[in-house]
Design a protein around this ligand. Structure first.
Ligand code: IMP
Ligand code: MG
Length: 172
C-alpha cells in the first residue's frame, strides 16, 4: 500500500469550491456560461462547482490524454473526445482538476478558440506550480500547491484513487 498524506478534507474542498463559485457567479452575472470539463479528472470538481453557480450554465466535456499511466507529462496532447456543442459567440469556462506543466490547458485553449467563442477562461481546482512549462493564466483556482502527486476527488494515479472524497498527497 502506498502512503496517502491528507491535503484537503471534504469540508475544506466544499468551502474552496463555494468561494470560487461565488466569484465566477459574480464575474459572469447577467450572462450565461458554457462549462467545458476535462475528462476524466475534472468531473467530480465540475459536478460540485456547477451546483454552486448562480448563473445559467450549459456543459460539455472533452477528453484530453497525455499522461498514460505514469506521473510525468509526455508533452503530446491527444483529444479522445472532442467538443460536442456549439460554443461560437459563447462565454466558455474550462474546468480542470489540476494544472501541472500547463501543456494540456495551452492546447485546449487554442482548440476551443478555434470555434470562435466570445471568451475562454480557466478554472482549476489545483494549481501545481513546480513543473510549469508554458505560461498560462489560470483565472480561478481553489488551491495553489508547490508540488508532489495528488490523488482523490477525481484525481488519479494510474486510474486508481479517483473515488476518494478528499485530496491526498501520494508518496511515490
Ligand atoms: P499538464 O498538461 O502537465 O498541466 O497536465 C495536467 C494533467 O495531468 C491533469 O489534467 C491531470 O490529469 C494530470 N496530473 C498532473 N498532476 C497531477 C497530480 O498531481 N495528480 C493527478 N493527476 C495529475
Ligand atoms: Mg486531467
Amino acid at each position: 500500500m502506498r502512503e496517502l498524506v491528507p491535503v484537503l478534507t471534504k469540508g475544506e474542498i466544499d468551502k474552496k469550491v463555494a468561494e470560487v463559485a461565488l466569484k465566477i457567479s459574480d464575474d459572469y452575472k447577467g450572462r450565461d456560461l458554457v462549462l467545458v470539463g476535462i475528462l476524466k479528472g475534472a468531473f467530480v470538481f465540475m459536478s460540485d462547482l456547477m451546483r454552486c453557480l448562480t448563473v445559467p450554465v450549459q456543459l460539455d466535456f472533452v477528453c484530453a490524454s497525455s499522461y498514460g499511466s505514469g506521473t510525468t507529462t509526455s508533452g503530446t496532447i491527444r483529444l479522445t473526445k472532442e467538443l460536442g456543442i456549439d460554443i461560437k459567440g459563447r462565454d466558455v469556462l474550462i474546468v480542470e482538476d489540476i494544472v501541472d506543466t500547463g501543456f494540456t490547458l495551452a492546447y485546449l485553449v487554442d482548440y476551443l478558440k478555434s470555434f470562435s467563442p466570445a471568451s475562454v477562461k480557466i478554472c482549476a481546482l489545483l494549481d501545481k506550480r513546480e513543473r510549469r512549462g508554458v505560461e498560462i493564466m489560470i483565472d480561478y483556482s481553489c488551491l495553489v500547491v508547490e508540488g508532489g502527486f495528488l490523488v482523490g476527488y477525481g484525481l488519479d494515479y494510474a486510474e486508481d484513487y479517483r473515488n476518494l472524497p478528499e485530496i491526498f498527497h501520494l508518496k511515490l
